[in-house]
Ligand binder design. Structure first.
Ligand SMILES: *[C@@H]1O[C@H](CO)[C@@H](O)[C@H](O)[C@H]1NC(C)=O
Ligand SMILES: *[C@@H]1O[C@H](CO)[C@@H](O)[C@H](O)[C@H]1NC(C)=O
Ligand SMILES: *[C@@H]1O[C@H](CO)[C@@H](O)[C@H](O)[C@H]1NC(C)=O
Ligand SMILES: *[C@@H]1O[C@H](CO)[C@@H](O)[C@H](O)[C@H]1NC(C)=O
Ligand SMILES: *[C@@H]1O[C@H](CO)[C@@H](O)[C@H](O)[C@H]1NC(C)=O
Length: 497
């Protein structure tokens, strides 16, 4: 992998050294392989608008419509279904089903309009037809998932469940049906269990509990709905817009969203409060219409026009986004998706941690996702700005920051560790670095003193009571001074010896 990165870097340097080269090659790690399954509620749509702006960094192998307890198509024959504990109380032939065309007919058509601009900023954006081909399968979505789990590709397959896990469960079930009687079954089950990672935006149907957990106990499943406190419905029953940490409320206001996100041929499809839009087929989608949204029976009191509404399904892909410290193979480590922890009674199941220590030493609820908001929202806005900006030099592009000591260093208790980093920025922006201890990532239980110097470096004083075997995680973050300041990170683990 290192070889590949260096090669790409060399190509990147080469391209920028040749005058007149229009596209900008970018140093990138190997792309993560992923699939999106979505019930296309309006907040899935908003999440998809964001997700597609990150398809330059991810290997998206499928985008699949799926049902959930909130949205289902029925059998197409008019059969009525009733399942208890749902939003309805009489039998229904389908429920809040938004169809299977919105992505192709609206989102990808808008993407096609802005793709020429996007590729100026990063040539690795997939073409509109490539994205469309991830939706047009000659078989159904579960067959696609099954074949990707069984094919030669050794990379993990991150299966994002934005709706229910039913389509993923169906794929696993068909693998079980085909191989469970075969002598190869133990090997195939192991292989699939190692490859499949389920990133679930809550459990929106029963298939995890009823089938996946008992039959595939080795598959890692992350139930990430705790991240809704940051990214889910912003309906505070009249308390106003209270998303995120106080300093970050601006990123959820109508003024900010209207100016920076819900604009241009692509961004205008994004969804915010009272923006006049609604998903076809979903009578409960009242968020765009002031009359409907203000009705006394509406479950969510409206906020101001264009205020942040919901992008709940961001929780399923935020762990995959390239920040410099993302490591979806290890959910114990934080990044924009937050940190998760293993469930004590169901070890295959991971959930978000409830609190993390803020810089001032206090435990803060939902900090694991809230702490990144300014960086995450500026990154989204910068990319949305690319959609309307044909000139590379008029957009902002993320810096990179690398700790020169490597990923881990050894240190004695009581010693001082000198760390240095190198920053670069494709736009030549000034990059400001800061260093901090990510308390929960390390096993040393206390705070350590991290002192930054003026040359992108820092010293870390290892406490005298640190014990051999303990670890201290130190993060450097670099933020550029472009329009929509962009932030990237690197991490070093100090191993006490
Ligand atoms: C059915 O549900 C609606 C709201 O969804 C509620 O107003 C009504 O009282 C319910 N009817 C019964 C018979 O439970
Ligand atoms: C944290 O999130 C939970 C739900 O996930 C919510 O009940 C709680 O109010 C949130 N706390 C803060 C301080 O945001
Ligand atoms: C908003 O909802 C009201 C009440 O259902 C309806 O009369 C009106 O036409 C809707 N407005 C728009 C712009 O769709
Ligand atoms: C573990 O998972 C179960 C559901 O399988 C859940 O009820 C419980 O709260 C979880 N425990 C922890 C510590 O997350
Ligand atoms: C500590 O920082 C957090 C996060 O910024 C903040 O919410 C909290 O109020 C602060 N607590 C104190 C005691 O300053």
């Amino acid at each position: 992998m290192h070889f590949l990165i260096h090669r790409l870097l060399a190509i990147g340097l080469l391209a920028s050294a040749i005058p007149g080269v229009q596209t900008h090659s970018i140093d990138k790690p190997a792309k993560l392989r992923t699939i999106v399954t979505t019930d296309m509620e309006q907040d899935d749509l908003a999440s998809l608008i964001r997700y597609i702006l990150y398809t330059n960094d991810l290997d998206t192998q499928g985008i699949i419509y799926t049902s959930s307890r909130y949205h289902w198509a029925g059998d197409g024959k008019g059969t009525e279904f009733f399942l208890p504990g749902r939003e309805y109380n009489t039998s229904q032939t389908s429920w809040r089903w938004t169809g299977t065309q919105t992505i192709q007919d609206k989102i990808l058509k808008a993407y096609a309009k802005v793709y020429p601009n996007l590729r100026r900023h990063d040539p690795s954006y997939p073409t509109p037809n490539e994205l469309l081909s991830k939706m047009d399968h000659d078989t159904d979505g579960s067959n696609l998932i099954r074949s990707l789990l069984l094919n030669e590709d050794p990379r993990p397959l991150y299966l994002q469940a934005w709706g229910g896990t039913s389509t993923i469960a169906r794929a696993l079930k068909s693998i079980e049906e085909r191989y469970s009687a075969s002598w190869q079954w133990p090997r195939i089950r192991d292989l699939v269990s190692r490859k499949a990672v389920i990133l679930a935006s809550g459990f929106q149907d029963e298939t995890y509990v009823d089938y996946i957990a008992p039959t595939w106990p080795q598959i890692r499943v992350e139930e990430l709905s705790a991240g809704y406190s940051t990214w889910g419905y912003n309906c505070n029953q009249g308390q106003g817009n209270t998303r995120g940490l106080p300093d970050d409320h601006v990123y959820f206001t109508g003024d900010w969203i209207r100016a920076n996100i819900e604009m241009g041929p692509y961004g205008k499809l994004y969804r915010s409060w009272l923006d006049g839009q609604s998903m076809p087929g979903d009578p409960e989608d009242i968020f765009g219409n002031i009359t409907k949204a203000s009705s006394p029976t509406a479950w969510c009191k409206p906020l101001g026009q264009y205020d942040f509404l919901s992008e709940g399904d961001d929780v399923a892909f935020n762990p995959l986004l390239t920040t410099g410290i993302q490591d979806p193979s290890n959910p114990n480590l934080g990044s924009w998706g937050g940190r998760a922890k293993q469930n004590t009674t169901s070890p295959d199941l991971w959930g978000m941690v409830e609190t993390e220590k803020a810089e001032n030493g206090t435990e803060v609820e939902n900090y694991t996702t809230n702490r990144w908001i300014a960086a995450v929202q500026n990154d989204f806005a910068a990319r949305m700005h690319w959609t309307i900006t044909p000139e590379y030099r008029k957009g902002n592009h993320a810096p990179s920051v690398d700790i020169l000591n490597g990923k881990s260093v050894k240190a004695y208790p009581g010693s001082t560790v000198k760390l240095s980093s190198q920053v670069s920025d494709p736009d030549g922006d000034h990059v400001t670095t800061s260093w901090w201890q990510y308390f929960e990532e390390g096993t040393y239980p206390g705070a350590v003193t991290v002192t930054a110097n003026h040359n992108h470096g820092a010293t870390v004083k290892i406490p005298a009571d640190a014990k051999p075997g303990q670890t201290i995680s130190v993060i450097v973050q670099g933020t550029d001074d472009g329009h929509f300041p962009l932030t990237r990170y690197d991490r070093v683990f100090i191993h006490v010896v």
